[in-house]
Design a protein around this ligand. Structure first.
Ligand code: HMG
Length: 261
C-alpha cells in the first residue's frame, strides 16, 4: 500500500511522463518549470514590463504601431501581467510615442492584465480620457488601459531636462493629474528617476528621493518605482538610499516601493 505522499509523487511523476511524451510529439509546445504562486505569497514579485515604452522611446527609427502592438501582445501572452504600453507625452519631445493612442486601441487586451501609460501633464491625461470615453462600457473587450504612470525625479536638473520644469513645479503639475485620474477610476503609479546619481549634477541626496516619493504617494500613487536611471548604484549606495527612504520620520513601507531595473 502506498502512503498518500508516495501516491502523490507517483501521480506527479506520471503526469511529468505524460507531459514529456506530449512534448516529444509536439515539439512546438514549451515545458515550464515554474510553480504557480499566489499574490499573497511573500516571494511573489510583480514585474512591470516597460519595454514597449521605456525600451522604445529613445529609438531614433520609428517603430510602426503594428510592431508595437505585436510586441505588447507577445509580452502579455508570455504571462506578464503589467505591460507599459506607451506614453501620452509631447511628440515634440518623444516622437516615438506619438502613436500610443493607435497602439492601445489596436492591441489585444487580455482580462486580468494591466497596460499602464505614462502621462506627464493634464494635456496627456485629457487625451487619454478622450480615448477611454470612446470605449463603450458594454464593449466585450477591456478598456485600452486602467492605469497611468506619473513621473518625477530626485534632481532638479534631471527634471528640467526631462520635463522642462523643476521637481517642485513638476509635482505641482502632477497633483491635479493624479486626482483627476483617480476620479476617473484609473490607478496611478509613480516613478522617481535618478535616485542615486543625476547624470548632470552628480550624487543625489537620499532625503530628496524620500521627499519626492512621499509626495507621489500622497497624491494617491499605489506604489512608487525608484529608478537608478543611469545605473551607477552599488549595494552600498542602494542600501543607504533605501535605508533613508524606509526609515526615520514618515518611513515609507517597502510594500509601497518598486525598483526600476
Ligand atoms: C512635460 C512636457 C510635455 C513639457 O514640455 P513643454 O515643452 O514644457 O510643454 P508645453 O506645455 O510648452 O508644450 C509644448 C508643446 O507640446 C505639446 N504638448 C504638451 N504636453 C503634451 C502632451 N502630453 N501630449 C501631446 N502634446 C503635448 C503642447 O501642446 C505644445 O505644442 P505646440 O503648441 O508647440 O504645438 C515635455 O517635457 C514632455 O513630454 N516630456 C516627456 C519626456 C519623456 O517622455 N521622457 C521619458 C519618460 S521618463 C523616463 O523614461 C524615466 C522612467 C519613468 O522610465 C523612470 C526611470 O527609469 O528613470
Amino acid at each position: 500500500m502506498f502512503t498518500s505522499r508516495v501516491a502523490r509523487s507517483l501521480a506527479a511523476s506520471s503526469r511529468i511522463r505524460l507531459a514529456r511524451t506530449a512534448y516529444a510529439k509536439a515539439p512546438i509546445l514549451r515545458a515550464y518549470a515554474t510553480v504557480p504562486i499566489s499574490e499573497s505569497d511573500p516571494d511573489y514579485v510583480t514585474i512591470v514590463e516597460v519595454g514597449p515604452r521605456d525600451g522604445l522611446q529613445n529609438e531614433e527609427t520609428i517603430v510602426s504601431a503594428d510592431l508595437k502592438v505585436e510586441l505588447i501582445e507577445k509580452l502579455a501572452r508570455a504571462g506578464l501581467t503589467h505591460i507599459e504600453a506607451g506614453s501620452f507625452v509631447s511628440p515634440k519631445w518623444v516622437p516615438q510615442m506619438e502613436d500610443t493612442i493607435e497602439v492601445i486601441n489596436k492591441m489585444e487586451r487580455l482580462p486580468g492584465r494591466h497596460y499602464p501609460v505614462l502621462v506627464p501633464n493634464m494635456k496627456g491625461l485629457d487625451k487619454l480620457l478622450e480615448t477611454l470615453a470612446r470605449h463603450p462600457k458594454s464593449a466585450p473587450s477591456p478598456p485600452p488601459t486602467d492605469e497611468i504612470a506619473i513621473f518625477s525625479a530626485a534632481s532638479d536638473v534631471f527634471s528640467k531636462a526631462n520635463t522642462n520644469c523643476t521637481v517642485a513645479e513638476g509635482l505641482a503639475r502632477l497633483e491635479p493629474v493624479a486626482r483627476k485620474a483617480l476620479d476617473n477610476n484609473l490607478q496611478v503609479r509613480g516613478y522617481v528617476s535618478a535616485v542615486i546619481t543625476c547624470p548632470y549634477s552628480g550624487k543625489v541626496d537620499p532625503k530628496k528621493v524620500k521627499d519626492v516619493t512621499k509626495a507621489l504617494l500622497d497624491m494617491g500613487c499605489y506604489e512608487v518605482s525608484l529608478g537608478d536611471t543611469v545605473g551607477t548604484g552599488n549595494p552600498t549606495s542602494i542600501y543607504t538610499m533605501l535605508d533613508a527612504v524606509m526609515g526615520g520620520a514618515y518611513a515609507i513601507p517597502p510594500s509601497k516601493l518598486a525598483a526600476c531595473l
